[in-house]
Ligand binder design. Structure first.
Ligand code: ZN
Length: 277
């Protein structure tokens, strides 16, 4: 029953993320005016039910029949599933913190997909939020209260900072090396800042997994799509001749880590943990 409510809650948040994803890069306010179709008619509440309305209206405006992108229900469904996944894979307070993280990351990923740019408010803002929440909720980094809160808080903040620095540092050097090898810019500075946010929430193990796991999974999923849809926009950075943003792969990796792979990845990295302590 709670799972169902978390799903509905996630879908509603996803609906709001669609507004953010559409309006933020255009410099529009995310709260005003109300959602409306390009024909100017505001979307009534009963036509704005997450996931369902798109299918009921078969992806079209009720008034002018203008097509709405399939991405709207997809972002709503994706957010709902991520929320449910986090709820079941993480303890109570961390799961709420990771839901906030997921919101920022989903918005950043789709905006990166659209514009090849990640707004600083998600990357730098996400990193600052990660550090702050880590200090207040030590459980985010698996630190449970068998010590005083102040010590747990400091340990957690240290883990968060380690993750942010190692994640963004690793990304920076990969970008530098890729640029040397390929002879052109392969990854943007936005990805470096985004890895700061991922590391601050997921720790260094999560950051490493997001980088390599995300790149692997992302490439495996995107390769067929990219081979069919080679972009003609020459301004986009390329990876082996294919034009693609890297942010969505990093975000996918970080969410998969939190929802599925954390126990295995952390166990694998256990021997390395001593190096940092
Ligand atoms: Zn319309």
């Amino acid at each position: 029953m709670i799972t169902a409510w978390i799903f509905v809650f996630g879908a509603c948040i996803g609906s709001f993320l669609n507004v953010v994803i559409y309006r933020l890069p255009r410099g529009e306010s995310v709260v005003h005016p109300r959602s409306h179709c390009r024909c100017g008619v505001p979307i009534a509440w009963y036509d704005n039910i997450p996931i369902l309305s798109w299918f009921i209206l078969r992806g079209r405006c009720r008034h002018c029949k203008e097509a709405f992108s399939f991405r709207y229900p997809l972002v709503e469904l994706g957010t709902a599933l991520v929320f449910v996944g986090l709820w079941h894979s993480q303890p109570f307070l961390p799961s709420l913190a990771f839901m906030a993280f997921a919101c920022g990351m989903i918005a950043a990923a789709v905006i990166d997909w659209d514009t090849m740019e990640i707004p600083d408010r998600f990357s730098i803002g996400g990193m600052l939020l990660g550090l702050l929440l880590s200090a207040f909720i030590p459980e985010i980094h698996g630190i449970v209260a068998d010590q005083t809160f102040a010590i747990g808080s400091l340990l957690s903040l240290t883990q968060s900072l380690q993750g942010a620095l190692l994640g963004s540092g690793l990304m920076l050097w990969i970008a530098v090396i890729a640029e040397k090898v390929l002879g052109k810019e392969a990854m943007g500075f936005g990805d470096v800042k985004l890895m700061g946010a991922i590391g601050a929430f997921c720790g260094w193990q999560g950051a490493v997994f997001a980088l390599f796991g995300g790149a692997f999974i992302g490439l495996a999923l995107l390769l067929p799509y990219l081979l069919i849809n080679k972009s003609k926009d020459a301004s986009r950075p390329t990876l082996a001749g294919l034009r693609m943003p890297f942010g969505p792969a990093l975000v996918l990796g970080s969410l998969l880590y939190l929802i599925f792979f954390q126990p295995y990845v952390d166990a694998y990295f256990e021997p390395f943990q001593n190096l940092f302590n």
